[in-house]
Design a protein around this ligand. Structure first.
Ligand code: IPT
Length: 958
């Protein structure tokens, strides 16, 4: 019988110091971050020869601390969403247990005081055993939780100190850390040595409430040692434990993150705090901050960087915070673990509401019907309560943290109840949330994920399906609702954001939600020939993996905003500018507690996409929650299709964006396009051997296809129904359309020319398009005429012939053009891509992009880059000249250097190479995008039925 290894223990770290707040102290601190000596092994039972100072580590490698060893060439990253990559056999883990031995020598700097010292690990994944100068200090668990050890006895005041650490990839803790992310190991957050002065401050607890009725603040700061609390700006000089009533303070909110600098000092140590006065309460079933109902315009944030994994830097965190603020996000759920402590300081400072989530997920137990779920197994109780305790103790002083979350996707069970009991008792000032137990027996807020619009609306109305237990049902019915994950931002999409937001803004019980998720976790990699791409699950040879499900963020891995984030910014606008229909505008202030004086309102008038006038709009200050009516400015006459765009921009610099940054905007059509002229008498068709000449075009008389347009070789039209399935069409956790489409043969349609009829003034080509093994298909009729010598008209009529089930992926025609036509200008919606239920951020205008820039490089190649509402488009080349397409009514436009079929075959963007032609696709419609990659599919109004359709186009040579 062998002894159970140290990392296979259910218990929390036995010798760790009690958890406490993350404090900014003037006591000496020595950062031990840097290059450490490192030895990698495939197993965890290697010799413990390295723990003493005398060991010779000259032969060892060097690895940065903090970092993940898999991102420095040891072992390999692995991605699973739900499934555990090891057998469910707790607390045991496989013998193949990647292990990193670390050593780091340091000296205490001059002036380092004698006396107590603490060695602090901010995060080690997944468990570590720690020695200082050969003395074992203890072990850590809880990858994203801090662990402190008393280092006093082992520390050498003079000479070299050596810290030695063994970190294992798999431990008992791995069973409760089954979050949907890369398995990445190592000391990935900082290591510090902290001097602990005698009579110093161990822990501080701030309680700073705000009474919105009186404007008064109440401040109590407690510490484990008697100390003075000073807030100079408020004239506070009080003892710890004393409650100070302040008749007038400025409250903290995400909109106005007012912080007061404070110190808590004893004779030997002073800690610096930033205090925010705010009160979180559930009042009559509504979650309020400072007495006002809060609306979360939220995102779920994992810590991620494409090179560093979860070892994020301060700059990475700042990038996230600034990007969130710039995109109208006001709330973050720290899915699914407490973030780096600095992130919460930034949320306090820049203004973001935080749902701080405990480091807990046991999702993979769902694979065994939750048999043995750690959330319900008493052997795990102490460890789970310890995790909650370490979350709350570390983060309790942040005004930004408004809710605690017990964890994610861990089923239900008694240990969750124990965690909730502990948290409630320790911090009654913040409500609790946990999504997966729908009875809500342990929490204060009802939360769910990926509900349909109809389900959310039912909850808004208080008409959700009842729970079997009437008491629990009544209790839950009285709770505010938070949609803790919705709108899965995987690949192209998410579609349908506006429908959710409308509900959140309508029903007081619905307090917003958190989009899944903030950033794609693609790891930067290179092809053998050196081209960069972002790797996802399976790219590292994992046996079990969940592919590109790890790439489901609003940001690309390099933090470039995706079209989905631009849509979200529009939907999350805290100011709504709407046309009233009778020549005016309403401006609604959706802020919780700020007016609009920080915004300037500007307008521009565009005539056929050209700016012809601009000015400022006087809106005045509008109190939170109120609307005003504003008259439209006097506009000069326009001759074409005219649009007025009104923008609300920052009047002055903010810490997160410069003056002029657009917060909200709307576009109002003020003059319709001139009605199309009746086509002039068509020019005559000329036969020329096997060719048919018509205006600027030449058709092949046998195939009916256009082969030349002016001087350009072209080939088309070809009916296009297929699109490279999006992640939402593929729908790994939703109703997938892709298999239905493939089963219907829409990816392998064949084309049969029925006839070509050459008349005196036009050509009619009829083609039947249908899949093998089916009698249903589409009939396409291409009617060609030349309304003038320089123009060619093409009317495409599509009819359904027999049984062809919808929705269809898309319906359009495509042409091959010479590849040197590689620039596109269009008048229509832009500049970004748009599908029926996306592109909310786009506006009608004249836009220009190279063909390369029209492509959106989703990590898994899929349909992308379509521009909607296009009135006309020209495709031109560097050498000059090109072709132009005008629509009698607006059409969809996609221009690519490869076909949809090539896009469909690719697994990474680097698999795609321009094939020498420019593929111009003009569509009468696309199916919507939806969010079925995880959640509901396309809403009915955005489905593309298999039904007759028409495109009426005019082609011209430039
Ligand atoms: C849900 C998880 O909470 C989250 O971590 C992530 O996996 C997300 O969905 C999908 O990307 S679980 C889901 C399968 C319902």
């Amino acid at each position: 019988m062998s002894e159970r290894p140290w990392y296979e223990s259910f218990a929390p770290p036995p010798t760790a110091r009690p958890p406490r707040a993350w404090l900014d102290s003037d006591a000496p601190r020595l950062s031990l971050d840097g290059l450490w000596r490192f030895r990698y092994a495939e197993r965890a039972d290697g010799p413990l020869d390295f723990t003493g100072p005398a060991f010779d580590d000259e032969g060892w490698d060097r690895l940065p601390v903090p970092s993940h060893w898999q991102l420095h060439g040891y072992g390999a990253p692995a991605y699973t969403n739900i499934t555990y990559p090891f057998p469910l056999d707790p607390p045991h883990v496989p013998d193949e247990n990647p292990t990193g031995d670390y050593r780091h020598a340091f000296r205490l700097p001059d002036g380092w005081p004698g006396g107590p010292a603490v060695l602090r690990f901010a995060g080690a994944d997944s468990a570590a055993r720690v020695w200082l100068n050969g003395v074992e200090l203890g072990r850590t668990t809880g990858s994203r939780l801090a662990t402190e050890f008393d280092a006093t006895g082992a520390l050498r005041p003079d000479g070299d100190n050596v810290v030695a650490v063994r970190v294992v990839q798999w431990s008992a803790g791995s069973y409760v850390e089954d979050q949907d992310m890369w398995w990445l190991s190592g000391i990935f957050r900082s290591v510090d040595l902290l001097a602990r002065p005698e009579g110093g401050i161990g822990d501080v607890e701030v309680s700073a409430g705000y009474d919105h009725r009186t404007g008064a603040g109440t401040l109590t700061v407690r510490a484990d040692t008697p100390a003075r609390v000073r807030v100079p700006e408020l004239g506070v000089d009080a003892a710890t434990g004393e409650t100070v009533r302040l008749p007038l303070v400025e409250p903290w909110s995400a909109e106005r993150p007012r912080l007061y600098d404070a110190t808590v000092g004893t004779g030997t140590e002073t800690v610096t705090l930033r205090i925010g006065f705010r009160t979180v309460r559930i009042d009559g079933g509504v979650l309020t901050v400072n007495g006002r109902p809060v609306l979360f315009r939220g995102v779920n944030r994992h810590e991620f960087h494409p090179d560093r994994g979860r070892a994020v830097t301060e700059e990475d965190m700042l990038d996230d915070v600034r990007l969130m603020k710039q995109h109208n996000v006001n709330a973050v759920r720290t899915s699914h673990y407490p973030p780096h402590p600095r992130f919460l300081e930034l949320c306090d400072e820049y203004g973001l509401y935080v749902v701080d989530e405990c480091d807990l997920e046991t999702h993979g137990y769902g694979e065994v019907r939750w048999r043995g779920n750690p959330a319900d197994d008493p052997r795990w109780e102490a460890a789970l309560v310890d995790r909650m305790r370490r979350t709350v103790e570390r983060d309790k002083n942040h005004p930004s943290v408004v809710l605690w979350s017990l964890g994610n996707e861990s089923g239900s069970g008694r240990n969750l109840a124990a965690m909730a009991r502990w948290a409630r008792h320790r911090d009654p000032s913040r409500p609790l949330l946990y999504e997966r137990d729908w009875t809500c027996r342990d929490v204060d807020v009802y939360s769910r994920m990926y509900l349909t619009v109809a389900e959310v609306e039912a909850i808004g109305r208080g008409e959700e399906a009842p729970l079997p237990d009437p008491a629990l049902d009544a209790r839950r019915r009285g709770m505010p609702f938070v949609h803790v994950e919705y709108a899965h931002a995987m690949g192209n999409g998410p579609g349908g954001l506006a429908e959710y937001q409308r509900l959140y803004e309508t029903y007081p019980r619905l307090q917003g939600g958190f989009v899944w998720e903030w950033i794609d976790h693609g790891l930067r990699a290179r092809t053998p020939d050196g081209r960069e791409y972002f790797a996802y699950g399976g790219d590292f040879g994992e046996v079990l993996h969940d592919g590109n499900f790890v790439a489901d963020g609003l940001l690309f891995p390099d933090r470039t905003p995706s079209p989905g984030l631009l849509d979200l910014k529009k939907v999350y606008e805290p100011v709504r500018i709407d046309a009233t229909g009778d020549g005016g505008l309403t401006v609604r202030n959706g802020h919780l507690d700020s007016g609009l004086s920080h915004l300037d309102f500007q307008w521009t008038l565009e005539d056929d996409g050209e700016v012809v006038a601009r000015g400022a709009l006087e809106v005045g200050d509008v109190p939170p929650g109120q609307s005003v009516r504003v008259g439209l400015p006097a506009l000069p006459a326009t001759g074409g299709e005219a649009h007025l765009t009104v923008r609300a921009v920052l009047a002055a610099d903010e810490p997160w964006a410069k003056a002029g940054h657009e917060v909200a905007a709307t576009q109002v059509p003020v003059r319709a396009a001139r009605p199309p002229q009746p086509p002039p008498a068509p020019v005559a068709v000329r036969r020329d051997g096997g060719l048919v000449r018509l205006g600027p075009g030449v058709l092949d008389g046998r195939t009916g296809r256009l082969v030349r347009l002016g001087g350009w070789d072209v080939d088309g039209p070809r009916l296009q129904v297929w699109r490279a399935p999006t992640d939402n069409d593929r729908a790994p956790h939703g109703q997938a359309l892709e298999p239905l489409w493939r089963a219907a043969g829409l990816d392998r349609l064949t084309h049969r020319l029925r006839d070509v009829t050459v008349g005196g003034d036009g050509v009619v080509v009829r083609v039947r398009v249908a899949p093998a093994s089916s009698d249903g298909g589409l009939l396409a009729t291409y009617s060609w005429s030349a309304p003038a010598g320089d123009r060619l008209r093409l009317v495409v009529d599509v009819d359904v012939d027999g049984d062809l089930p919808g929705p269809l992926p898309m319906l359009g025609v495509r042409f091959a053009l010479p590849g040197d036509l590689d620039e596109v200008e269009w008048f229509g919606r832009g500049p970004g891509e748009a599908y029926p239920d996306t592109g909310l951020a786009t506006r009608v205008g004249r836009w220009f992009r190279t063909v390369a820039d029209l492509q959106t490089p989703y990590l898994f190649p899929q349909e992308n880059g379509r521009r909607a509402g296009v009135r006309w488009a020209s495709v031109t080349g560097g050498q000059g000249g090109g072709v132009r397409v005008d629509g009698r009514s607006p059409f969809g436009l996609t221009v690519r250097p490869w076909t949809a079929e090539a896009l469909d075959r690719a697994a990474h963007p680097t698999d795609l190479a321009p094939d020498g032609r420019t593929w111009l696709t003009l569509d009468a419609g696309h199916n919507g995008i939806g969010s079925a990659s995880c959640g509901p599919g396309v809403l009915p109004p955005y489905l593309l039925p298999a039904a007759p359709a028409r495109l009426d186009l005019e082609l011209r040579v430039l």
